[in-house]
Design a protein around this ligand. Structure first.
Ligand SMILES: Cc1ncc(COP(=O)(O)O)c(C=O)c1O
Length: 436
């Protein structure tokens, strides 16, 4: 595969952008490549890079592209919206309609406020929880990623894990001491902390997907709901990935456990910058201009993002009975076939999947249930897997600690191509293991 243009572009990008990218995982550093692929265009399940190489895309912009790239309804809507103007700094009718649609789908929400990113949504949700409870400390699970606001960059997942650390520099001690963390699934410690400390909120990915995909136990969620109720702790479900992906009403609908505040993003912008936080009216009424929890944004509710999000959610809403089943069937098929290949080639790996998300962990462990387990993965083998897949025209996350995303645009032939490439990679890894 010829990557000369991408390599040249990366040289220039590094001159003007730190690390040459605007989000760290994109640098392909942890998969040991000279340069990332620079993308020129996308359609359906495919991406094309600046060297003209074609790929099947299993990153899907890290979640937003559930309908595939350049989905007709979305592009048509965006074209119409652009003709009318880019941004007004004044409200539009479609913001109310998108909010109505989101509230209709998301069981925990009476009201919702749009932001420009998932990071702003979680940051604002935490502020709101602190204001509502009049408490300072917050609790999160190790390896969960909730964007890059200061108080949430503690024992974090996603790009930090990829680069081999979990806490960001540049955060004051005061902020750090107010964020407590425990391993995912540790109900004993969770109960102890919530009962003995004044905690404003527990913020969690219902299905962690930023240390690779981790499966959630519904009993665990129910216990969390109960303990939050009895201790007056606000329960925030960060559904920036799972919202509108695991089901129309997100993981909360899937598991039947309802949080006090929910954060969403990605899919609700149809590939354009967006985020949102919402919840019970009693809590949301604290947000300015009704209350004094400040949240604002020059581009919050941007008309192009709102139109793209509206078209995406409207399509999901109208076809919900088909789409989520189809996504799950495709994901089950691909992951079951991967498991067979893992067995056939005696690879040390296990697969976690739920809905349309999956991760192959290259570990000796049979089960990956939390960050400690995920960190047993062999990232050198992952890098080998990634590079063979890429050379075969399959783009998977350039990090062991991320999710693969299946979209509606993935056709059977895309899945077969993935599996063919995976077999080649496993064969190589297995042979190499034999030699070592
Ligand atoms: C669960 C979760 N929360 C929050 C965020 C932050 O969203 P954004 O990247 O839009 O700021 C992400 C991003 O991947 C995420 O996965």
């Amino acid at each position: 595969m010829n990557n000369t243009n991408s390599i040249e572009i990366f040289k220039k990008a590094k001159k003007y952008i730190p690390g040459g990218v605007n989000s760290p995982v994109r640098a392909f550093q942890s998969v040991k490549r000279e340069a990332p692929i620079f993308i020129k265009k996308a359609l359906g399940s495919k991406l094309w890079d600046e060297d003209g190489n074609e790929y099947i895309d299993f990153i899907c912009s890290w979640g937003p592209m559930i309908l595939g790239h350049n989905f007709e309804n979305v592009i048509q809507g965006v074209r119409e919206a652009i003709e009318l103007g880019s941004s007004y700094g004044l409200p539009t009718k479609l913001e109310a309609e998108l909010a109505e649609l989101i509230v209709k789908c998301c069981p925990s929400m009476d009201k919702v406020r749009l932001t420009t990113s998932g990071t702003e949504a979680t940051m604002s949700a935490v502020r709101l929880a602190r204001a509502y409870t009049n408490r300072n400390k917050i609790l999160k699970f190790q390896g969960c990623y909730h964007g890059h606001s200061d108080s949430l960059l503690v024992k974090s997942g996603s790009g930090l894990l990829t680069e081999g650390y979990q806490d960001s520099n540049g955060i004051t001690e005061g902020v750090l001491k107010d964020t407590l963390t425990i391993p995912f699934g540790d109900i004993k410690n969770l109960k102890e902390i919530l009962r003995t400390r004044e905690i404003a909120c527990l913020i969690m990915e219902v299905i962690p997907a930023n240390m690779g995909v981790i499966k959630t136990n519904v009993e665990f969620l129910k216990e969390i709901r109960e303990i939050c109720n009895s201790t007056g702790t606000i329960l925030i479900f960060d559904e920036v990935i799972t919202g509108f992906r695991i089901s129309l009403g997100g993981a909360q609908e899937y598991f039947g456990v309802i949080p006090d505040i929910t954060t969403i993003g990605k899919i609700i912008g149809g590939g354009y910058p967006v985020g949102a936080f919402g919840g019970k009216s009693e809590i949301m009424e604290l947000v300015a201009p009704v209350g004094r929890v400040y949240h604002a944004g020059t581009l919050s509710g941007n008309p192009i993002s709102v139109r793209a999000g509206f078209e995406t959610i409207n399509y999901l809403y109208k076809n919900k009975n088909l789409i989520y089943k189809e996504l799950e069937i495709k994901t089950n098929y691909i992951t079951e076939e991967i498991k067979k290949l893992i067995k056939k080639y005696e690879i040390s790996a296990c697969v976690n999947s739920i809905g349309s998300l999956f991760t192959i962990f290259f570990t000796e462990k049979k089960l990956v249930e939390n960050l400690e387990d995920a960190l047993t993965s062999n990232i050198d083998i992952y890098a080998e897997y990634f590079n063979i897949m890429l050379d075969e025209g399959i783009v998977i996350p350039p990090s062991q600690f991320e999710a693969n995303f299946i979209s509606l645009a993935h056709k059977d032939e895309d899945i077969f191509k993935y599996l063919k490439a995976a077999e080649k990679a496993f064969k190589f890894i297995s042979k190499k293991k034999g030699k070592d």
